[in-house]
Write a protein that binds this ligand. Structure first.
Ligand SMILES: Cc1cc2nc3c(=O)[nH]c(=O)nc-3n(C[C@H](O)[C@H](O)[C@H](O)COP(=O)(O)OP(=O)(O)OC[C@H]3O[C@@H](n4cnc5c(N)ncnc54)[C@H](O)[C@@H]3O)c2cc1C
Length: 410
């Protein structure tokens, strides 16, 4: 065997997997397709790298919905606090920013990559860039790894090739067929953390407008119950539809749906205010004289352009004044403030997706080791697994934690 451990793909998961394996004394090679490691780290978080989230292990698990619990063991060894320590120990201070996102103080993703590579270089792992793996097969006592520059043999293999989003940077889903050939099930992949599209003209007319705190709910008329997902936070209207944390987090439900055009996104524009309080507020405004336009009153609480949309969608004339508002019209206005419906058409797909949902099925991977339950000596870590979390540093955290665990156990 050329190597004790071969790691395939030098992203967040692969760099830590190789580092950890080498630090534990294993002869380790890290094969990377690109000419340099960690390209996604460099482009992440607007080139600032939101490396993890200011929360405990439970907070990270929650961000991965139904699959989050699978991460429990990986997070025990290397949770968010340990990731921050690992980076800071390399001389790169970090800070917590809005809503718990953690970034380097320098605001430079290259500092995070530099910290990871420094630690890896000290570990003794060998990095071979510009060496894409073309195939992975079992051999009598380990694995044969096919590359254009010749085969490599290793006793153990850790697959950390990522997903298939942002394919231009090297993540083209190469490992799924290898995993399938070795007997693994692949949960169908789909883009996640990608902008959502809508054909509604009023949506695109609001392009450029940011709502700082709304709740978005995906309404699927064919599902029981029909609300299939909800997220709260910032929301951005764009010329194609919507972006920002709420739409990005909800996109996995849209891209995974056979008929996304049947889905509606309901926006609660004032999530802290119950409908009856809004109703009482409008009644009070009418009692105060009622000469103000309804749209002007709404603009006290929501952006004026949104207030105009609410009035229009509620079928209330634009020149309606508070005192003239009928009870039915008032109810319609309140309903549209709490459940502004927005018909969806799809997503911007893998080209703009920050992560890939689906991947190597978790029930065939031991969460205590990240090792295959089917093929001894084979490990998977990072986004190649059926794991996709919310925006906010959760995805790097999962890649770091699983990479570390796989490197420990391989
Ligand atoms: C634009 C953008 C911004 C993002 N911002 C953030 C953020 O701020 N915070 C956050 O938590 N997450 C962010 N993400 C998501 C995050 O980048 C991923 O979740 C994370 O990179 C997954 O790590 P990984 O190691 O599993 O895979 P990757 O980082 O994708 O690494 C996989 C590596 O494998 C290599 N590879 C693929 N095929 C082969 C092959 N055949 N042979 C050899 N090597 C191969 C690839 O070249 C790549 O280097 C962002 C993603 C994008 C696209």
């Amino acid at each position: 065997m050329d190597w004790d451990v071969a790691v395939i793909g030098a992203g967040a998961a692969g760099i830590l997997a190789a580092t950890r394996a080498a630090e534990l004394g294993k002869r380790t090679v890290l094969l990377e397709k690109n000419r340099r490691p960690g390209v996604k780290i460099l482009i992440s978080g607007g080139a600032r790298c939101n490396l993890t989230h200011d929360c405990d292990a439970r907070g990270i698990m929650e961000a991965f919905s139904e699959n989050g619990r699978w991460l429990r063991d990986a997070l025990r060894d290397l949770g968010p606090r340990e990731v921050v320590k690992l980076i800071e120990d390399e001389g790169v201070p970090t800070q917590v920013e809005d809503r718990g996102k953690i970034f380097p103080v320098s605001g430079k993703s290259q500092d995070i990559l530099g910290a990871l590579v420094r630690r890896m270089n000290r570990s003794g792992a060998t990095l071979e860039c510009g060496r894409p793996l073309a195939g992975l097969e079992r051999s009598a006592d380990g694995f044969a790894l096919r590359t254009a520059a010749g085969d490599v043999t290793a006793s153990k293999v850790i697959v950390t090739t990522g997903g298939r989003s942002y394919a231009a940077v090297g993540t083209t889903g190469d490992a799924y067929p290898w995993a399938e050939r070795l007997g693994h099930r692949i949960i169908p992949t789909r883009p996640a953390l990608t902008p959502i599209t809508s054909a509604e003209p009023w949506v695109t007319a609001l392009a450029g407008l940011t709502l700082t705190d709304v709740e978005g709910r995906i309404f699927d008329p064919a599902a029981k119950p029909p609300i299939v997902a909800r997220r709260r936070g910032p929301f951005l209207f764009t010329h194609f539809g919507m972006s920002g944390p709420v739409p990005m987090d909800l996109s996995r439900f849209v891209s995974g749906h056979a008929h996304p055009e049947t889905l509606v996104l309901e926006l609660d524009l004032l999530p802290d205010t119950p409908a009856q309080d809004l109703d009482a507020w409008l009644v009070g405004e009418a009692a105060l004289g009622g000469k103000r336009l309804v749209a002007t009153i709404l603009a006290d609480r929501v952006a004026r352009r949104v207030a105009d949309v609410v009035i229009d969608r509620a079928r209330v004339p634009a020149d309606r004044r508070a005192a003239e508002l009928s009870r039915a019209e008032r109810t319609a206005v309140v309903t549209h403030l709490k459940r502004l419906p927005l018909r969806l058409s799809g997503t911007l797909g893998y080209d703009k997706a920050e992560v890939t949902a689906g991947g190597v099925a978790l029930d065939e991977i031991d969460p205590r080791t990240c090792g295959s339950r089917l093929v001894p000596g084979l490990f998977f870590a990072g986004e190649v697994l059926d794991l996709d979390g919310w925006i906010g540093g959760y995805n790097f955290q999962a890649a770091f934690s699983t990479g570390w665990l796989a490197g420990t156990k391989a």
